[in-house]
Design a protein around this ligand. Structure first.
Ligand code: NAD
Ligand code: UDP
Length: 353
């Protein structure tokens, strides 16, 4: 009886097991998604050119998962390589993270961004087309909305990305629109992330910004550990409750589970292209995040208020209802969890040095 039940279990697992290619899968978001998908029983293959991550992430994933994920070092712009991976690993779905993501850098060097992000996405889609692999999840961004015209921001909000980075995200979404219109076999979800923060609760993987961080949470964590002197709060005269900027911070593990939900949604009868916000639906100010981080780290975090950062907006947070209605997904982890897991990751990084 027991062996029969095990057999039934294996048959069910095989039926629902997906073979998924994660482009950029050793990066911050991709590595957390690799954990969630592998733990859900899916087979994951990672393609990354290591331009913004370390090879060591593979060892850390192996530690968390108890087995080494399949990894290929290479560039998504090499279409023949992507094609051969799709065939060799019998891939049925692709999650496309590979891309450059710094807004400031994209303003200084737009061609770098159009080349890497646009050509990269086109190359992956071309290889998928050639191999008849037609399930695609795309890492888009809330930056496609530009300055909010109303809050919370739902998916119908007008689109007006202000940086070359944001424009590459919108252009890829438009390509996806044309693609699904041309061939009814495609099933695509574009996920518009709000502000991913935090880390896996093992403290083994997390965000590793190059140089001084631009984003708030990694900056706070480096002040807390003593690597940076004090946080500069960019403006305290916004029209918000405490005058500091408000964002929708989402735990990276919640975001990762959103990708699992998207992939499973693609296996059900669903519309050809779904565009879905991944956020919590709640805004948090700079000062509130700072206070929560002080509690999580049991450290005082020095700060000074400076000028507003050019291009910043007062408030931005998601209407995350569509993700729940379509995919049954909503965020579970609190700001306290985000700060605690970020701090655990920061501490483990400091111990390695
Ligand atoms: P990341 O830089 O940590 O990960 C991206 C990975 O892609 C890196 O490991 C990098 O080495 C790899 N890569 C880049 N170009 C490549 C190429 N041409 N070929 C192969 N690999 C390549 O970034 P992340 O934070 O994990 O973000 C993942 C995706 O989500 C990106 O597309 C990003 O634009 C998008 N996104 C991120 C955020 C965020 O705040 N982290 C917010 C919104 C959207
Ligand atoms: N911020 C800040 N100091 C920093 C980095 C960010 O005061 O060193 C503020 C920023 O003005 C914004 C919020 O923190 O109000 C979130 O900024 P982040 O760059 O993390 O996200 P984004 O603005 O890109 O959504």
């Amino acid at each position: 009886m027991q062996s029969f039940l095990r057999w039934v279990g294996l048959v069910i697992l095989e039926t629902f097991r997906l073979n998924i290619l994660l482009t950029g899968g050793l990066g911050y978001v991709g590595s957390h998604v690799a954990v969630v998908l592998t733990e859900a029983g899916h087979q994951v293959t990672i393609l990354d050119n290591l331009s913004n991550c370390k090879h060591a992430v593979l060892d850390r994933l192996t530690k968390i998962l108890g087995k080494e994920p399949t990894f290929i070092k290479g560039d998504v712009r090499e279409t023949s390589l992507v094609e051969s991976i799709l065939k060799t690993h019998s891939i049925d779905s692709v999650v496309h993270f590979a891309g450059l993501k710094s807004v400031g850098e994209s303003v200084l060097d737009p061609m770098l961004y159009y080349n890497n992000n646009l050509i990269g996405a086109i190359s992956v889609l071309k290889a998928m087309q050639l191999c008849r692999v037609k399930k695609f999840v795309f890492s888009s961004s809330a930056t496609v909305y530009g300055s909010p015209q109303y809050l919370p921001i739902d998916e119908m909000h007008p689109l007006n990305p202000e940086s070359p980075y944001g424009k590459t995200k919108l252009q890829i979404e438009l390509i996806l629109r044309d693609l699904v219109a041309s061939d009814s076999g495609w099933k695509v979800v574009a996920l518009r992330y709000f502000n991913p923060v935090g880390a896996h609760d093992s403290g083994l993987i997390g965000e590793e910004p190059n140089g001084t961080p631009n984003n708030l949470m990694p900056y706070i964590s480096q002040v807390a550990i003593g690597a940076l002197k004090r946080l500069k709060i960019f403006g305290s005269d916004y029209e918000t409750l405490d005058g500091t900027g408000i964002r929708d911070y989402i735990h990276v593990m919640d975001l990762a589970e959103g990708h699992q939900a998207a992939l499973e949604y693609l296996s059900e009868p669903s519309e050809p292209l779904s565009i879905i916000n991944l956020g919590t639906g709640y805004g948090c100010s700079v000062l509130d995040l700072l206070k929560l981080y002080e509690i999580a780290s049991s450290r005082r975090i020095p700060f000074e208020v400076t000028e507003r950062r050019p291009g910043d907006i007062a408030s931005c947070y998601a209407n995350a209802d569509k993700a729940f209605k379509r995919m049954g997904w909503k965020s579970k982890r609190s700001l306290k969890n985000m700060c605690e897991d970020s701090w655990k990751w920061q501490m483990s990084q400091a111990l390695k040095k």
